[in-house]
Ligand binder design. Structure first.
Ligand code: NDP
Length: 480
């Protein structure tokens, strides 16, 4: 069985413990590879390697850094099929999605920051005859990057690429649930000629490797994407050490549908925003608010379209929903469906585990599920489920809608469907969210600030925001 290795100081190495963790193929519910069960000492070795590489990498010209990152980007592109198959097997997502979204986007992340760094300039502030100031934007040192399992390579590279472009060295930890493409990325980095120690990838459990990164005194900057509770734990450890922190956390996003929307476009996109990647995207709209006048029409059309979705093996080209990432996560989602019924909700469609036949019979699958009849403030409508489960809630006016939409502790994203653009803009300003889509969903421009408010996070990724995060501004003042 394949044993993954850590990537430390330019080499693929065994964990110090020599102990490995089972890695599951969720489509079959069986172990198919082994992941290093790394410890604090492996993280320490990675930090030493990164510190050693930092003076050279941070003083390498932006052009040279850019060339190496572009090589990584094109190697990801030329390995698209292999990486997509690995992502599909590791995560359970449909192969079509991995090929169209996850892997191309990972290549784009490197491409985007390899070129962004060439246009990244810093400010100057003139003081007339008195003097002037200019700001140096300097790489910070060793950056810690911790990423989740839902978009494994996509989100890992979204952190690594700006950190490296800005001249930092990195110690990264992918989710232990989906380590495979991060491992393949280490092979790609070696092939691309990334100098030893510039990027280090340490595999293992969050409470060992992730915690060691958060607590390491020589990692002054940590970028984390994952659950809100884990983010709070990282903040608790890192804050007294005055680390720079970027936290991209959970969500419970409202999808708001007005009577005057373009109905066909809205339905087509709402199917995607509800169930893409089995609903395991932090930006999925899990609470659907529908203006009362079209509630019944929406419900009938949405249930009918949902019933057409195919739950099948992720390797099948026609699959809409593949496997849920782990048995534990599947059980969590099913427990929320049960809770919704206990809270008085009615399951309009779905609600059950799906058992496929043949070699996939032990895989972890759930029907796309729609629930109505719940109050906006019940647990089902307040807590993140992170699966193929949405609730329908009618509203009759904007005041009522805003109270319900803004009632959760989260504030990641929102979607608004209306042809009345004046209303859309006014509402967008009042919604508690870092990102609001009007008449679309997941339309991304990588230059824009990305992140959440309230318990959905602190800080912003994307564009120059990420380069600002991964650099330290230093003002230099000269008196004339
Ligand atoms: P987790 O918070 O469980 O894990 C995220 C990462 O943190 C994993 O690599 C995990 O390792 C690691 N980790 C776990 N415990 C610790 C710790 N004590 N210290 C440091 N690191 C730790 O999230 P999931 O992987 O379950 O991802 C799903 C969550 O991510 C959802 O809440 C989702 O909303 C959120 N998310 C947010 C996004 C955003 O942009 N705002 C985007 C995508 C997802 P291990 O896997 O080994 O436990």
């Amino acid at each position: 069985m394949q044993k993954l290795q850590n990537y430390i100081d330019g080499k693929l190495v065994e964990p110090i413990s020599k102990v490995y963790i089972d890695n599951y193929d969720p489509s079959k519910g069986e172990v198919y590879s082994l992941i290093p069960d790394s410890m604090k000492e492996d993280v320490n070795n990675a930090v030493v390697a990164a510190q050693k590489a930092f003076p050279g990498w941070s003083s390498t010209s932006a052009e040279k850094r850019s060339q190496i990152l572009l090589r990584i980007s094109s190697l990801i592109e030329s390995n698209l099929d292999r990486l997509a198959e690995a992502e599909c097997r590791d995560n359970g997502k449909p192969i079509s999605l991995a090929k169209a979204v996850d892997i191309p986007r990972a290549a784009t992340n490197f491409n985007f920051y390899a070129t962004a760094i060439l246009h990244y300039a810093s400010e100057s502030h003139a003081m007339g005859d008195l003097g002037f100031n200019y700001t140096l934007r300097q790489a910070i040192g060793v950056a810690g990057c911790i990423s989740p399992w839902n978009l494994p390579l996509y989100l890992l590279t979204w952190k690594i690429a700006p950190a490296l472009a800005a001249g930092n060295c990195v110690v990264a930890k992918p989710s232990e649930v989906t380590p495979m493409t991060a491992y393949l990325l280490s092979e790609i980095c070696i092939e691309a000629g990334l100098p030893a120690g510039v990027l280090n990838i340490v595999h293992g459990y969050g409470n060992k490797v992730g915690a060691a990164i958060s607590a390491h005194p020589d990692i002054p900057v940590v970028s984390f994407t994952g659950g809100t509770e884990t983010g709070a734990e990282i903040a608790r450890i890192a804050a007294p050490m005055f680390k720079k922190l970027s936290l991209e956390l959970g969500g419970k996003n409202p999808n708001i549908i007005f009577e005057d929307c373009d109905f066909e476009k809205m339905i087509e996109t709402t199917i995607k925003s509800s169930f893409s990647n089995q609903g395991e995207i932090c930006l999925c709209g899990s609470r659907i608010f529908i203006e009362s006048g079209i509630y019944d029409k929406f419900k009938a059309a949405f249930v009918a379209k949902t019933n057409e979705l195919v739950v099948a093996s992720p390797t099948d080209q026609n699959t809409n929903l593949g496997a849920i990432v782990s048995e534990g996560h599947m059980n969590k989602i099913l427990s929320y469906i049960k809770l919704a019924q206990e809270e008085g909700g009615t399951v309009l469609t779905g609600g059950n585990q799906v058992t496929l036949s043949g070699e996939y019979s032990n895989g972890w699958y759930i029907e796309p599920t729609i629930i109505e009849g719940l109050s906006y403030d019940c647990r089902t409508n307040q807590e993140e489920i992170f699966g193929p489960v949405v609730t329908l809630l009618p509203f009759s006016n904007e005041e009522e809608l805003l109270i319900m939409a803004n009632s959760t502790k989260y504030g990641l994203s929102a979607t608004i469907w209306t042809e009345n653009l004046s209303r859309a803009h006014k509402l967008a300003a009042k919604i508690h969210a870092g990102i609001v889509w009007i008449n679309c969903w997941l339309l991304r421009d990588l230059r824009t600030p990305f992140g959440g408010v309230k318990n959905s996070g602190v800080g912003r990724e994307g564009g120059f925001e990420a380069l600002n995060f991964f650099t330290e501004p230093k003002n230099i003042c000269l008196k004339l």
